[in-house]
Structures are given as structure tokens and as C-alpha cells.
Ligand binder design. Sequence first.
Ligand code: DAH
Length: 340
Amino acid sequence: MPLPNDQGVQAIQTGESVEELKAAAVASLDSADSIELLESWRVGFMGRKGRLTALLRGLGSLDIEERKIAGASANKLRSELELLFEERVNQSKSSEALVGSIDISLPGRRPSLGGLHPSTQMIREITQAFNEMGFQTIEGPEVELEKYNFDMLNIPADHPARDQWDTIWVDDDTHNDILLRTHTSPMQARTMEANDPPIRVVVPGKCYRYESTDATHEWHFNQVEGLAVDEGITFADLKGTLYEFARRIFGPHRKVRFRCDFFPFVEPGVDMSIDWNGKWIEILGAGMVHPKVLENAGYDSTKYTGFAFGMGPERISMLRNEITDIRHFFSNDLRFLTQF
Ligand code: DAH
């Protein structure tokens, strides 16, 4: 009879080999998926009357050489099974804890979907109205140079109009001319500097002012700037374009009023109001591009003319949606945001 190895050892009493026992124990452990089943596995294999215990007992009837070999592999199996058992118990405990914390009988619910911010929705509606009239949407930097925000727009350092734009300056060791743009108008200068006429652009974007906040003022907000420059553009083009815009945003029968206003970068300058429940509400500033602004950008002001306008989308949204406080837009309150 060949010397038995650990593959072939028969436990006399049970007739089961270490190999067979191992395969059976592992398979049955794998399918024990509750603490109760794991406990009966433990009793069935490792308990006092269990199969492994029986196999170990059976070793006594083997002769000494066989017992050494079979004993070693049976003991090895015991520690393997103990380890596997412990792992399964831990696994099972954590998945039972999970099941306990989730009510699996609850019906499925759709995850809530995000949406576009009300400012974004308004900006898109405004820019689309102008896109359909041939204006291209572009964007520009929020951290801007004094040159574009003020100087090129005919607002020199000592001009009293600078007081209108309470500026947040960017503190920098090497520069003292960097700021957070106070309006989107600097993109007029940038666009003309980089392009030849004809130009028709709208520029949405964020602006910043060092200003205390209240129901109608925020220290950051959006604006949409517009610029059209070409040969032969007149004030009638300005009026026609902005009239059409007001009708698209506020309805086809909306009454519109233009009044004189002053902005250093336009001449003449106007503001446009719409009739809102019998009251005139100002919604934007506009004007014919000042010849100095055209020249600052390198354009021949005897050949080219243009108009520009600027508006606050939050203000327009407030009007249309009867929002009473501009601070709602940036306070991230879902009760407000989900109404749009
Ligand atoms: N930049 C102005 C502001 O912040 C708004 C404005 C007025 C823009 C007249 C224009 C304009 O382009 O022509 O108040």
C-alpha cells in the first residue's frame, strides 16, 4: 500500500478525506448567508459532533507515520476554516446592519434633478433674443485691468463718474491696476481692440461692486452688455433693436420709453423703461458709442458709428417673476431656486 499523502488520507471513521471535507465546508460556508446559517455551519463542521472533529478523532486509528501527515493537514484545514468562518461572520454582520438601516420595502423614488440657476435661465433668454437678431454671445474676464474697465471707456482717473462704480481692487504686489470688473462694458473695448467692424456682440457675465447689500443691491451680480458697430449705424437702430428685445422678453404689446441719461462711454446716452402695471420701470442703459471710445480702440470715428447697452438679468428676472429681494439669487436657498 503506498504511503498516504495529505490528499489521500482517509479518516477511518467517517470515510471522508481532508480534501473532500474542505470542499464541502467551503461550499456550505459560502452559501450560509445569515448569522443563523453560519451558526449551524459551525456546529455541523467544527462543533463537538461536527465533521472536522470526527475526522480528527478518526486519526487515532492510523499508524504513526500516516497520523503525522494526516494530522498536519487536518489541523491546517481547521485553522483555515476558522479564519474563513470569522470573515463570513463579519461580512454577514455588516450586511445585516445595512439591511437594518434601510427600509427595503420602501417604493423606489426618482433622484431629484438639478436645474439651471434662475440667473442663467434669464441670461440665456436675453442672449437668445439678441442672437436671433444677429448678435454673437461672447464672454470676458472677471478680473480686469483698469484700462479696459475705465480708461478706454472714457472714464479717466479723475472723472467723477468713477464714483458710480465702487471698485473692488485686486491687491497685488507688482500691480495697482487690477480690479474685479464693475460692469461688463470693458468687453466693448476688448472686442473693438481685437476685431474690425462690423461688430454685433452680447456679453453676459458677473460683475462686482464694493457696496452694502439690500433688497435691490448685491455686491456681485450679472450684466449683459451689447455692442453693435458698423458704417451707418444710427440711433434708430438702437431704438429698433431694444424695442424688439423688450417685446420678446416682456410680451408683444409692451410699451417702452427712452429718456436721456449719462454714461461717459456713450453720446447721447439713454435709459430704457418699460410699462409695468402702469409704472415706468427702468431696465437698461444704452447710447451711441462715444467717438472717443471708438478712437481709443483704433477705429475711425468719422467712418464708424455704433450703439451699446447694458442691463442686469437679475433685475429683469425680479420684475418678471415678482421677486422682491435680489439677495435670493445668491443665497443658495433651494426653496427659492426650485421655483424656477
Ligand atoms: N455699464 C453701465 C452700468 O454698469 C450700463 C451701461 C449703460 C452699459 C449704458 C452700456 C451703456 O453699454 O451704453 O451701469
